[in-house]
Write a protein that binds this ligand. Structure first.
Ligand code: SF4
Length: 330
């Protein structure tokens, strides 16, 4: 497996412009149509070898963002540009050759692997769909992939239920790698695993990224999970990106009140530092994503809210080079 070419590091792999995914809500025939605005005007760019850690509470739209980028959902509006090609309106058939280059690792390693298939068939399925290897070569490739993710080549004939959660997630990673992707959506890949296994899986994903020049969108519900792997962080709240920047900037100088609250919940190893850090507890519920009211969507939970926040929806603005926030305080 070749090391990433240095000159390729500046290639833009993914460009997302004002991406929206709205789901219609069923109502009576005389009632006005409503929409769940699951993803609302999300924009970001990812270069080869970068990782965007996308964080936010359950239901904020991060998984829908990942699935819409992979065109598992058709976007409502906006643009998805992958390796320089606008794929927003490609049909399912036109997407087939591109599917190889855009893969997903799922959250639940128990549900995502078919218990009736052997590990060899699970990993080999995508190889067959794309006609990449046949016969002996196919078997050799599957064994190589199993070994690369820390399993044994002889596991090829076993069934998924014979493995632990961590091992199943490794099988899921091998399945994603089988078709030599450029970009992988990692949808909370460690949150269902034991804490002791989480670091191993993260380290492996980092090594694979370095070796193969992979680009990741790494979805997680809190900032501690994405800290080590992310070059950039995007914080989502109710379908919107409310802050984005390099990991260094967002962790050392969070701007949005919501990001500050999420960061205050990240465990700190130093007990003195932990005592000094005050946990910010968010009060109030997340509002409904169905036709959200005007103004800032965070206003009901924000102690800094001012009258303007109830009227004007804050735009995502660059307040320092590369550091963007959507908040009227800046
Ligand atoms: Fe709080 Fe207003 Fe900023 Fe929203 S725009 S986060 S309500 S200060």
């Amino acid at each position: 497996m070749a090391k990433m070419d240095k000159e390729n590091k500046n290639d833009i792999v993914l460009e997302i412009q004002d991406l929206c995914k709205y789901f219609p809500v069923k109502k009576g025939i005389f009632e006005k149509k409503s929409y769940v605005k699951a993803v609302d005007k999300v924009s970001f760019t990812l270069k080869r070898g970068e990782t965007l850690g996308l964080v936010g509470e359950s239901g904020c739209g991060k998984t829908t963002t990942g699935r819409t980028i992979l065109k598992l959902y058709n976007p409502t509006s906006g643009k998805i540009i992958f390796n320089g090609q606008d794929i927003t309106n490609l049909s399912e058939k036109q997407m087939v050759p591109l599917r190889r280059k855009m893969q997903m690792i799922f959250q639940d390693p128990y549900a995502s692997l078919d218990p009736r298939m052997t590990v060899g068939d699970i990993i080999g399925e995508a190889i067959d769909i794309h006609g990449l290897y046949k016969g002996e070569e196919r078997t050799k490739r599957i064994r190589e992939l199993l070994e690369r993710v820390g399993l044994v080549g002889d596991h090829i004939n076993r069934y998924a239920h014979e493995f632990s959660g961590g091992q199943r997630q490794r099988i899921g990673i091998a399945r994603a790698l089988a078709v030599e992707p450029d970009f992988i959506v990692c949808d909370e890949p460690i949150s269902a695993l034991d804490v002791s296994i989480q670091a191993q899986v993260i380290n492996m994903l980092e090594e694979l990224q370095e070796e193969l020049g992979l680009t990741y969108l790494f979805i997680a519900h809190d900032l501690s999970m994405v800290k080590h792997i992310s070059t950039h962080i995007g914080v989502m709240y109710l379908g919107r990106l409310v802050e984005k920047g390099t990991s260094e900037e967002v962790y050392s100088k969070p701007l949005h009140p919501y990001t500050k609250a999420l960061l205050s919940a990240v465990p700190v190893p130093d007990p003195e530092q932990a005592k000094a850090n005050k946990r910010i507890v968010l009060e109030g519920d997340i509002p409904s994503p169905i036709d959200p009211p005007p103004g800032c969507r965070f206003k009901g939970r924000c102690k800094f809210a001012k009258p303007e926040c109830g009227k004007v929806d804050p735009e995502l603005k660059e307040v320092e080079p590369g550091h963007f926030v959507a908040c009227h305080l800046y």
